[in-house]
Design a protein around this ligand. Structure first.
Ligand SMILES: Cc1cc2nc3c(=O)[nH]c(=O)nc-3n(C[C@H](O)[C@H](O)[C@H](O)COP(=O)(O)O)c2cc1C
Ligand code: SF4
Length: 682
């Protein structure tokens, strides 16, 4: 398709503003703020998308208008004047690339905690607890309403002063729409009951905002138009609210949400993760557009260009949100324009990004380690200005593939030696869970990039030192990964099987199964999900306070759902001590880290264990004495992105580095970050 015809690349006029194409990033809090301010990390993250050609970047996730709406996940302080110069810098820098910048404003209502920020009371339309944040809110009073209406107006003025192109008022799962929804509004005063009453507060806010910013400034609303909930806001009422807002003359766009977010299980339906349907609410957003004949934006797992194009071409949306897609690849538009769609790094829906912010970290993409680290590592790899090297990468798991890709982009001559007949390492195992099969996109994208870069992969080479040395490399990257290891047991090590055995299909589940997971990651849960879905009786045992703590809330949902539906017993705070044979079966002895005397037993047919991996590093240790740096890396230099290799052995012929799980048991992101951060230094 030529650019002039591509629906995605057509400009869009919103009021006085021309958006240069139809692709946007919807508001999302990456939790990169420092003291509630969007400083350099925040700015560089958005500027990268601007460089990548996006038309509109909606900054912040729910920037806070009031102090009694303390940050739940690193939110920005829109209530502070201090924010203005920081936002201005983001706006100015993005404008240089022709990208419009807006911001989402909110009062979180009950979607936060009282013991954060200034310890002010959490409030809501009615005192109904939000399960996700666990506060029991107070019922909002008249003086709160007055105060908060003023806070919205003041925050909107600040955003205007910062030179932003507009604002978006958040109305799903937060304070404003808490009034709309019968699930959270039980009031019998002028703010409860009829639709007029339930929208009174949001109308007061919109009126005050409009008065503060004047008629020309762009003010939109990200609103739920159907809570898809038997006790919640109905589709009829939601569309009616949208219609009234569109007709009010005070709002410039509707950004449509379907669903409710008071619990992780429901948040998953609003922001679907891998294994769930793609673009599930697109048709609904299209219905709202048809009903209101008003500018409609929308995002929910529209991760690929074809679906985004369809959304615009079919008139379902005016602007299509590809939010996580841009976390995975901020250069989507540039690649479409250049006819390089096939080079777009796919968002595989792992939702590592979102899960990290709820665990108190910054958003990171499972397979783009440059996102959120723009100040440290580049998205676009430039050619080296140093000497060209001959590099051998051993291992074609995520770390090795990434190292090879980056080294090849730098211009080095790279080859990969892989022990098995296929690339992917542990991702091949993880993707055996049909629900998580999209993880293979992480491998496929790298394979296609390596093909483009002309990097050969030699399969079925279980490399020894000679296989490496005969290639006369001057850089060797050991990315040989790890192998499943058992937890330390008092007895019965030989009687257990590993989660890998189950996932790989080498051992069939034989119930009743006791699955003991003290790694807390996806591996144990993947085995558990496969066992449960095979209809085999299962008990999951964990020494932790809740199962699989290394998996965030969004990724927890499908496992918890499978366990609930398949009657899997989950036992926490319990450690596997020993296994013994008893007749045809096994007896597992369980103990507790909280008591020296507590012991119980379970009679089962099979004990499956998950205890992370042990590094497969024989080759590294074989090569170490022959290397120039004796394997040593200067971490101080590495984190400053300077040459981390210190010459230690004058007779050494090559630099040697070890990355990913070949160092110790970690995750896909850690391996890929290793591959990138070392790769760009050569
Ligand atoms: C890290 C992260 C934080 C988010 N925070 C917010 C937020 O604060 N406010 C909001 O309206 N949506 C938030 N979202 C939801 C996104 O705006 C978007 O609706 C969602 O990611 C689905 O779109 P996508 O499939 O294109 O990513 C967040 C998403 C992510 C990944
Ligand atoms: S972590 Fe997963 S969902 Fe998030 S941007 Fe990366 S690939 Fe997409």
């Amino acid at each position: 398709m030529t650019h002039s015809k591509d629906p995605l690349l057509q400009p869009y006029t919103l009021k006085h503003l021309t958006l240069k194409n139809r692709i946007m990033s919807t508001s999302h809090e990456p939790a990169y703020s420092e003291d509630g301010m969007p400083k350099d990390r925040y700015r560089l993250y958005h500027v990268e998308k601007a460089k990548g050609g996006i038309a509109l970047t909606m900054t912040a996730g729910s920037a806070l208008v009031s102090e009694d709406s303390p940050p739940a996940f690193g939110n920005l302080y829109a209530y502070s004047d201090e924010i203005v110069p920081w936002l201005k810098k983001i706006a100015d820098d993005c404008h240089e690339y022709g990208t419009a910048v807006m911001i989402q404003l909110t009062h979180l209502g009950r979607r936060t905690s009282w013991n954060k920020g200034d310890w002010l009371p959490v409030l809501s339309a009615s005192p109904i607890r939000e399960p996700a944040h666990r506060a029991f809110p107070k019922e909002i009073e008249d003086w709160d309403i007055e105060r908060i209406v003023g806070d919205y107006a003041a925050a909107a003025s600040r955003m205007q002063a910062a030179g932003l192109d507009g604002i978006e008022i958040e109305a799903y799962g937060h304070l404003l729409d808490g009034f709309w929804s019968p699930a959270t509004n039980r009031r019998d005063d002028e703010y409860g009951g009829s639709l007029e009453n339930r929208t009174r507060f949001s109308n007061m806010v919109i009126d005050a905002v409009r008065k503060a910013v004047g008629p020309d400034f762009i003010v939109g609303i990200r609103m739920v138009a159907d809570e898809a909930w038997d006790i919640g806001l109905t589709k009829e009422d939601g569309i009616e609210i949208a219609r009234r807002l569109a007709g009010s003359g005070k709002i410039d766009f509707l950004n449509i949400i379907r669903g409710h977010i008071d619990h992780d299980a429901h948040l998953n339906d609003v922001i679907p993760i891998m294994g769930m349907a793609a673009s599930p609410h697109l048709d609904f957003a299209g219905e709202v557009r048809a009903a209101t004949k008003f500018p409609v934006f929308h995002a929910a797992r529209i991760a690929d260009v074809a679906t985004a194009r369809h959304a615009i071409a079919e008139g379902k949306l005016d602007m299509v949100g590809m939010t996580r897609a841009h976390i995975a690849d901020p250069h989507i538009v540039r690649k479409i324009e250049a006819g390089l769609e096939a080079q777009i790094r796919p968002c595989v829906g792992a939702t590592y990004c979102l899960d990290r912010i709820y665990e108190g970290g910054g958003a990171l993409c499972i397979h783009n380690a440059a996102t959120g680290r723009e100040a440290i590592v580049p998205h676009v790899i430039s050619k080296t200005t140093g000497r060209l090297r001959k590099a051998v990468v051993v291992g074609a798991g995520p770390a090795g593939l990434e190292a090879a890709r980056v080294l090849a982009e730098r211009g080095h001559a790279v080859e990969i030696l892989e022990a098995t007949g296929a690339a992917g390492g542990q991702i091949l195992l993880a993707a055996r869970n049909p629900r998580r099969k999209e993880l293979i996109g992480i491998v496929d994208w790298r394979l296609s990039e390596l093909e483009r870069l002309g990097v050969p992969i030699h399969y079925n080479v279980f490399a020894g030192a000679e296989d490496v040395l005969e290639r006369e490399p001057d850089l060797v990257v050991i990315a040989t990964g790890g192998i499943a290891q058992n937890p330390e047991l008092e007895a019965g090590d030989e009687l257990v099987v590993s989660s890998w055995d189950i996932i790989a299909g080498a051992v069939k589940p034989d119930g009743p199964v006791l699955l003991y997971d003290d790694a807390g990651t996806h591996s144990g849960m993947t085995a558990a999900e496969l066992i449960a879905n095979a209809g085999v009786e299962l008990e999951v045992v964990s020494p932790e306070r809740f199962f699989a703590p290394e998996i965030g809330g969004m990724n927890h949902v499908p496992y918890a759902r499978a366990f609930a539906e398949k009657n899997v017993r989950v036992t926490i705070n319990t450690r596997l001590k020993a296994v013994r044979r008893d007749g045809n079966g096994l007896v597992a002895t369980l103990g507790s880290d909280f008591s020296d005397t507590a012991r119980t037993e379970r009679r089962v047919a099979q004990v499956v264990v998950e205890h992370g991996t042990m590094a497969m590093a024989e080759l590294y240790f074989e090569l170490k004495p022959r290397s120039r740096n004796l394997g040593a890396v200067d971490y101080k230099a590495l984190i400053r992105q300077q040459n981390p290799i210190e010459p230690r052995n004058p007779d050494g012929a090559f630099d040697l580095i070890r990355i990913g799980d070949a160092v110790h048991s970690r995750n896909i992101h850690a391996g890929i970050y290793d591959g990138l951060r070392y790769g760009v230094l050569f």
